[in-house]
Design a protein around this ligand. Sequence first.
Ligand SMILES: [Zn+2]
Length: 162
Amino acid sequence: MREDNYRIHYFIDKNYKTDEQLHAALMHEMYHRVTLGRDGLHRDTWVDEIIAFLAAHYGLIEFGMTEYASYRLSYLTREQVLLSLEDVKHAKQKSFFEFSSSLFPEGYGGRIYRTAQELDLLVGWPQVRRMVDCRNWSDWLAPFSADIREKIILLLDLSVDV
Ligand SMILES: [Zn+2]
């Protein structure tokens, strides 16, 4: 377990109107809770948010909320304001005390959702989930073919030698 001042914020907005919205939020935050303190690629916030987004998506499907899961995915990946992945990687979380509706800058979520969706299409959820068990990109990339590795490196803008 990390001993430094790792702060966690669980955002369960009281304005969620439906069971589906509440489920998605809870699964997103539970993913963070379960993986907190584990050493893995998710120690980088942008990776963590990609996995959390997909954890909520596949969690909804497991709860039989498939229709809402597809609606949510297409709605969120349509978001127009997108930061570049590079900006996302360097984005600083806002202070909790700014009381903003989001801890991240505008356009952050859009890039996360879209990258998550593309990564999921490329390698599938079980492989994305495996990031939590890998301490470096080379380990995570190892099982993929050279062709897929190249696509992943491009998509995630990674600087690794493979
Ligand atoms: Zn999150």
